[in-house]
Write a protein that binds this ligand. Structure first.
Ligand code: FRU
Length: 502
């Protein structure tokens, strides 16, 4: 009797396992990228407080630990030694009586200007907005104020300054996202702050007392929405110092909703003087927002953005975790004619994770074929690199039920594009199933593309990183196939690389 009971249990177990294996995978685990940072659980938005210290990159982020939509903001925390493999750390900053912990930055206060360091210890100081929801509800206009906190154990634990806030809003409702850096021209800290749709610059000798220096933004750049999450830093190009000002904008992006614009110019420690007031986008895709750079990284500049868009971030079909960061990108300045450009690429950081790749099947490369045979051993994540004469060229990642994501270059329009119209789930937001486009900025004869696919995201870097596009998508079935398309008579070189096996 006992034995037959055991047998029945065993058979039921086998039956349940078979049933489970036959179910389509509807869990949101299938959308979780492998190469991109995601929170363990629940809601994440902007990257915050990015600072490099003693061999460790710190990534803090807007985090709501109790739900999968935006809520009272904390700073989540993760660390890495290569910007790619992240270790989750305990929450760094919790809301308090002054409000939620909104976006901001962190600096290494090497000279202990703040006086927080004791016995020769170097303090890390975080500067962030406190959003006082209760004051807002009572009708106050000064509900976003800047506060600071310090760490004496290399970012593990943080103590809030007892005299917070250090910079109160002068009655302006959108007054947030301080990005602070040390300015050697004036030997002071400079805070770059987003104020409505302008940037205000403040200075301070000690991170505690702030003086307003100037404003920037009138008649410059895009103003379709509020300005948020700025960054200001110098870069070198052939010995010349060029200042980069990043400004996120929501809504009003080139492909609707949230996006990040940039200005190049001079900063004299007080005022930003742009070379041009024209709008330039750091990324034309719909899903790269609130991106800023790591502080304390010497001559290198690494950028990371939130890989989502406020238009639909809270409705995307992942439930146990919500949203990922972009890949880390190295920024550089290039000159094109008389114009300077901000370029970005992820090549060096991601290279160790991919095989050197193989040439796309020789048989498929014969000129004269409009559509090459499917390359049907798609691994995901993967990296595809293409170079081609100026002509239509694209890669389609698809499943076997008609779902497809198409990424490429449209010669007639002279545009790059990511077409997710038919790439999977989209009913959660009416404007999600779209084809996003970006102008080709380079002027050379051939076009050059790197495409990185990672489960539910695609990043495109064109012409050595002059044009970038980032988009998320949610395939109904896993993609199993990659197809290369190009026109008759065109020379195309393509390299396909899966992830290295561990
Ligand atoms: C940008 C933003 C910031 C703000 C934070 C709140 O996405 O709106 O301006 O500090 O998110 O979570």
């Amino acid at each position: 009797m006992k034995r037959s009971g055991t047998l029945i249990c065993y058979m039921l177990f086998i039956y349940a396992s078979i049933l489970q294996a036959q179910q389509p995978d509807t869990s949101d685990a299938r959308f979780r990228p492998l190469l991109h940072f995601t929170p363990k659980v629940n809601w994440m938005n902007d990257p915050n407080g990015m600072v490099y210290y003693k061999g460790t990159y710190h990534l803090f982020y807007q985090y709501y630990p109790d739900g999968n939509t935006w809520g009272p903001m904390h700073w989540g925390h993760a660390t890495s030694t290569n910007l790619m493999n992240w270790v989750h750390q305990p929450i760094a900053l919790y809301p308090d009586s002054l409000g939620m912990i909104f976006s901001g930055s962190a600096v290494v206060d090497k000279n202990n200007t703040s006086g927080f360091g004791k016995n020769g210890q170097v303090p890390l100081v975080a500067i962030f907005t406190q959003h006082d929801e209760a004051a807002m509800k009572k009708g106050s206009k000064s509900f976003q104020n800047q506060s600071i906190a310090y760490s004496l154990d290399e970012g593990k634990t943080w103590t809030k300054y007892k005299n917070n806030p250090v910079l109160r809003s002068p009655g302006i409702v959108d007054f947030r996202d301080p990005k602070v850096s040390w300015n050697t021209a004036v030997n002071k800290w400079i805070m770059t702050l987003a104020v409505a749709d302008r940037i205000h610059f403040y200075s301070s000798p000690d991170l505690k007392n702030w003086t307003k220096e100037s404003e920037f933004g009138d008649k410059a750049g895009a103003h379709g929405g509020v300005w948020e999450c700025p960054d200001l830093f110098p870069m070198k190009h052939e010995g010349k110092e060029i200042w980069v000002l990043l400004v996120s904008l929501n809504p009003g992006g080139p492909n609707k909703g949230s996006a990040t614009q940039y200005f190049l110019g001079d900063f004299d420690g007080k005022t930003f003087h742009p070379y041009s007031t024209e709008t330039k986008w750091i990324d034309y895709g719909p899903d790269n927002y609130a991106g800023v750079t790591w502080s304390n990284t010497g001559d290198k500049r690494y950028f990371m953005g939130w890989m989502s868009n406020w238009s639909y971030a809270q409705q995307v079909p992942t439930y146990t975790w919500r949203s990922a960061m972009t890949l880390p990108r190295e920024l550089r300045i290039e000159k094109s004619g008389s114009e300077y450009l901000l370029i970005q690429h992820a090549d060096e950081l991601i290279r160790p994770f991919f095989t050197s790749g193989s040439t796309w099947e020789k048989a498929n490369m014969r000129p004269g074929m409009n559509m090459v045979r499917p390359y049907d051993i798609l691994q995901n994540p993967c990296r595809v690199r293409l170079s081609a004469g100026q002509s239509d060229v694209s890669v389609t990642f698809s499943d076997d039920k008609g779902g497809a994501l198409n990424v490429g270059y449209d010669h007639k329009a002279d545009q790059y594009y990511i077409d997710r119209t038919n790439a999977g789930l989209s009913s959660f937001y009416s404007g999600f199933a779209t084809r996003a486009t970006a102008p080709r900025i380079a002027t050379g004869d051939s076009i050059e593309l790197t495409i990185i696919l990672d489960k539910s995201s695609v990043e495109l870097f064109a012409d050595g990183g002059r044009t970038a596009m980032t988009a998320v998508f949610f395939p109904k079935q896993p993609f199993t196939k990659a197809t290369l398309q190009y026109k008759e008579g065109i020379t195309v070189k393509a390299n396909y690389a899966p992830l290295k096996r561990k």
